[in-house]
Design a protein around this ligand. Structure first.
Ligand SMILES: *Cc1c(COP(=O)(O)O)cnc(C)c1O
Length: 433
């Protein structure tokens, strides 16, 4: 299998080569040149007993004869080293897909770990140290930092917008130490992304400092996310004889696109509804307006503060380039900050569970479906643990949520971040240091 650009004007690459790439040279995104399709017999042969095995079965046809293919089981085992349970909320078809049991308590852990393990596997033993440069609005940087922490041959430089991530996120980003450094940028997340993009586009700098990206458009971050949707959809189908439907809190469309790709490959995934925060780009498009990217507006669900979803081109690709087909693949519902607050408070009263603001968007969508008489089985993707967003949810809850052990260990370490201005030269100097 080869991977080609959504814009069709870049050379086709093997999986290993496309894995850590950001944009293709023509500005598009890498996609498989054709999507493998599992027929009924293939589906019956996909294991569902554990996530690593399900994921390996899904990725195998995508890797084809790539150099990583023989190591796929080990890579998937390394990525899926923590539980991702489907938890029933009420015995009436409401479920939570708990994606937050990894080392940094957000769904990004699984795919970041797959990417890190894969890049380590293809690294030549005598290669120079590679620097993974990552801009983050909070969760990506921690997941990437944890995934590469202590890996020989790699160091990580995290750029985050000072004052615009939660206190727990900020602490975690600076707490890894060793080969992971955090820079707090005196600007916005967009500034961080621009800085990273500029450095990655600077050929002279890259000659001195070998750079890799680990942003959410990298295939190594996108495709492994198929695993948890596939495993639970298969289990559900096999046990109950019907499809499980998903509500996925979405920003850049990475996590949700993985569910759509798995469905397009033949997995028994039912309807997919995207829950967004107040940023209107996706909802407007799905209501029929032409696509219009714009600046993000800040909300309580800040990891989804996206005005121009970076994976939108891949959604169009999945729809064969046709906008109305794309609109038919999913539904989108917007949830504003007042509703996020109300949902966090009500869910604690009803189920005794504290939810993060992103997960709350998904729960609010489920509430609306139920109110409209929908009786199907739904799983809301719980994208992060509530304790990561204590600043937002703390005042809404009767007691602060317990911090998961792995993330608590990170918070217990000292934390340090160097401050830089929004300045390409300042970042270049930090990269050379
Ligand atoms: C990154 C993130 C999202 C958005 O995921 P996308 O793949 O960008 O759509 C949602 N919730 C949390 C907690 C996140 O960290």
């Amino acid at each position: 299998m080869r991977f080609v650009s959504t814009r069709g004007a870049s050379p086709a690459l093997r999986f290993s080569a496309a894995l850590g790439a950001g944009l293709a040279p023509d500005g598009g995104l890498y996609v498989p040149e054709r999507l493998p399709r599992f027929d009924a017999a293939d589906i019956a042969a996909i294991p569902d007993a554990n996530l690593a095995d399900t994921l390996a079965a899904l990725l195998r046809p995508l890797l084809g004869d790539d150099a990583l293919a023989t190591r796929l089981p080990a890579l998937c085992a390394e990525a899926a080293s923590f539980e991702i349970p489907l938890v029933g909320l009420n015995g009436r078809g409401d479920h939570l897909l708990e994606l937050f049991h990894g080392p940094t308590a957000a769904f990004k852990d699984l795919a970041a770990r797959f990417l890190a393990a894969s890049l380590a596997a293809i690294r030549a033993p005598d290669a120079a140290v590679q620097t993974v440069l990552v801009a983050t609005s909070g969760d990506t940087g921690a997941a990437v930092g944890a995934a590469f922490h202590g890996r020989p041959g790699f160091r990580v430089l995290i750029l985050y917008p000072e004052g615009k991530v939660s206190a727990a996120q900020a602490h975690s980003l600076g707490a890894f130490g060793d080969n992971v450094r955090a820079l707090r940028v005196a600007g916005s997340f967009d500034d961080c992304q621009r800085l990273a993009k500029h450095a990655l586009g600077n050929a002279n700098l890259r000659e001195e400092v070998p750079l890799l990206t680990a942003n959410s458009i990298s295939l190594g971050r996108l495709l492994p996310q198929m695993g948890y949707y596939a495993m639970h959809a298969l289990r559900f189908q096999r046990r109950h004889g019907r499809a499980l439907n998903f509500i996925i809190p979405s920003g850049n469309l990475g996590n949700s696109l993985a569910a759509l790709i798995a469905r397009a490959m033949g997995l028994p995934i039912g309807e997919v509804v995207l829950a967004t925060n107040a940023n209107p780009t996706l909802a407007e498009f799905f209501e029929g307006a032409p696509y219009r990217g714009r600046n993000a507006i800040p909300t309580l669900a800040n990891a989804m503060d996206v005005g121009a979803p970076s994976n939108f081109e891949r959604l169009l690709w999945l729809a064969g380039g046709d906008e109305s087909t794309a609109r038919a693949l999913i539904r989108v519902q917007r949830i504003d900050d007042a509703r996020i607050r109300a949902t966090v408070a009500a869910a604690e009263r009803r189920h005794g569970i504290a939810h993060c603001p992103h997960t709350a968007c998904g729960l609010a969508v489920l509430e609306d479906l139920r109110a409209a008489g929908d009786t199907r089985d739904w799983a809301v993707a719980a994208t992060a643990h509530a304790s990561k967003f204590l600043d937002v949810v703390g005042p809404l809850l009767s007691a602060p949520p317990e911090v998961p052990a792995a993330f608590a260990a990170l918070l217990a370490k000292p934390s340090q971040a160097e401050r830089i201005e929004v300045d390409d030269d300042a970042l270049a100097a930090a990269l050379r240091a």
